[in-house]
Design a protein around this ligand. Structure first.
Ligand SMILES: [Fe+2]
Ligand SMILES: [Fe+2]
Length: 482
């Protein structure tokens, strides 16, 4: 019997509820609830496929932050990695609710999906990467979520329906950015040249019977194009052409910030610089997430949140300069911290440096102090950003205490280790100049004078004359060994 006849027969079309209220908590019609065919097995299979692809997307977004030169992509990849990590956590939780121990979440669901994700992470150019990510994989995730939200039993499997909609909600943001990124970055010739590769990616999905496996397929998994050699993470940070003189350490913003002789308003400029410079933290944290493979998923989830926070902090600095009409590309945004950490230290050592810098600073040089400077400066924007920067830092302290400190006998020992590791990598100031990598030009007076013009004030002669560098002190003002 056709379902309509069945419902007519059972009178479900006019199923009575109290004063015509929606039945079944508004999830679906009674007819729908009676007719829909679905199972725990089908639901978990689809969720596991989604989990695999979204996890590989998370890995791809993080892996490609460091060596991607374009700043707007670094920050967007940080955001998209974070959105993926949140949804991965939700999928893992839902699968664990469905009689599935052991969860089988690490199993590769289909070779076609594996080939697809191997190819995208190995994309040799930015243009191919954004095409693969945003034109092939992200729409496939959204299609699988839409179908899952329609196919899953709306009553019996309501938590999965909700989850599928939430994933699609986050992926709408990823998709919107990605569509615009492709339009901005990929020209017609590049699109044409990439045709064979994009077809190959589509063939991978076809071989897998679509991302969710709902389309029966006996097509073969295509041969690799860029992934015949396993992808190798590139830990060398790269920046686009707006980042001039990146070895420049000719201005020590901390020395200015913690000097009581200078005005809070002037210090907000140094805080904007410090925030924008934080784009080096995602560049570095991406290396930890890529190289430390023996931690449970929760480590990735929390560290990825922190990575995204640091990208947001960089953008807050960018907004700070934009609010004054200052072109930040005239300021050397140093990248030697992520560069040195990624190339000279192990992932464990880098984690130590990160924790030490975030937690080992004296209270007077901490995040509360920066917020107080923001408030005292009279700039509501600076106060707002430092307010949230401080809140984020408290969260990062908790993350560090969960995932870094327990590897040591005590908090003190964990801090000492981070301090030592940091000292190992910061003493190349003179060498950079000798090698001609930078002149350590003092960029401060120009930027300060420009800001004073916007503020409509005369520069403070003492602040204008500030010229302390990183030659003998590091960012916590600790003297460097000669
Ligand atoms: Fe930060
Ligand atoms: Fe932080």
């Amino acid at each position: 019997m056709h379902s309509n006849e069945k419902s007519k027969a059972s009178g479900l079309e006019s199923y009575p509820t109290y004063r015509g209220l929606p039945p079944l908590a508004g999830l679906c019609s009674m007819q729908d609830a009676v007719d829909r065919v679905w199972s725990v097995e089908e639901s978990t299979e689809r969720l596991k496929r989604l989990h695999y692809v979204v996890r590989r997307l998370y890995e791809t977004f993080t892996a490609r932050i460091t060596a991607e030169p374009i700043y707007e992509l670094k920050t967007a990849f940080s955001h998209h990695a974070y959105l993926c990590s949140e949804q991965i956590t939700s999928i893992r939780k839902r699968v664990s609710e469905m009689r599935e121990p052991p969860l089988g979440l690490e199993r590769i669901p289909h070779q076609g999906l594996e080939r697809l994700m191997d190819e995208v992470i190995a994309a040799p150019t930015t243009e191919l990467l954004v095409l693969g990510l945003y034109e092939i994989v992200v729409p496939a995730v959204r299609a699988a979520c839409s179908k899952l939200a329609i196919d899953a039993h709306p009553l019996a499997d309501a938590p999965t329906v909700r989850l599928a909609r939430l994933i699609d909600f986050d992926f709408t943001a990823i998709d919107d950015f990605g569509t615009q990124a492709v339009a901005c970055l990929v020209n017609t010739a590049q699109r044409q040249e990439s045709q064979a590769w994009r077809d190959m990616l589509s063939d991978c999905l076809q071989a897998a019977g679509r991302l969710d496996g709902t389309q029966p397929s006996d097509a073969a998994v295509p041969a690799p194009i860029y992934s015949s050699q396993p992808y190798k993470y590139d830990g060398m940070p790269k920046r686009d052409e707006r980042f001039i003189d990146p070895f420049n350490a000719g201005v020590n913003p901390e020395a200015f910030l913690y000097d009581e002789d200078f005005a809070p308003r002037d210090k907000t400029l140094m805080m904007s610089y410090k925030r924008l410079r934080e784009i080096d933290v995602p560049e570095m944290m991406a290396s930890i997430l890529n190289e430390i493979q023996d931690k449970p998923w929760e480590f990735h989830m929390e560290m990825c949140r922190q990575l995204w926070d640091e990208a947001r902090h960089a953008m807050m600095g960018e907004v700070g300069f934009a609010s004054l009409g200052i072109d930040w590309s005239k300021i050397p945004i140093n990248f030697t911290w992520s560069r040195n950490l990624n190339t000279q230290l192990t992932a464990q050592e880098r984690h130590g440096v990160l924790f030490f810098i975030e937690q080992g600073l004296m209270p007077k040089t901490g995040k509360r102090f920066e917020w107080e400077v923001g408030v005292a400066s009279g700039s509501p924007l600076s106060a707002l950003f430092q307010d949230f920067d401080w809140a984020d830092e408290v969260l990062h302290a908790q993350i560090g205490r969960r995932w870094y400190v327990p590897q040591f006998k005590s908090l003190k020992e964990s801090l000492e280790y981070g301090d030592e590791c940091w000292s190992k990598v910061v003493s190349h100031w003179g060498a950079y100049r000798e090698q001609g990598l930078t002149k350590h030009r003092n960029w401060w007076p120009d930027v300060y004078q420009e800001a004073c013009l916007r503020w409509g004030v005369q520069p403070d002669p003492l602040a204008l004359a500030f010229h302390e560098t990183y030659e003998t002190k590091r960012a916590d003002l600790k003297a460097l060994k000669a």
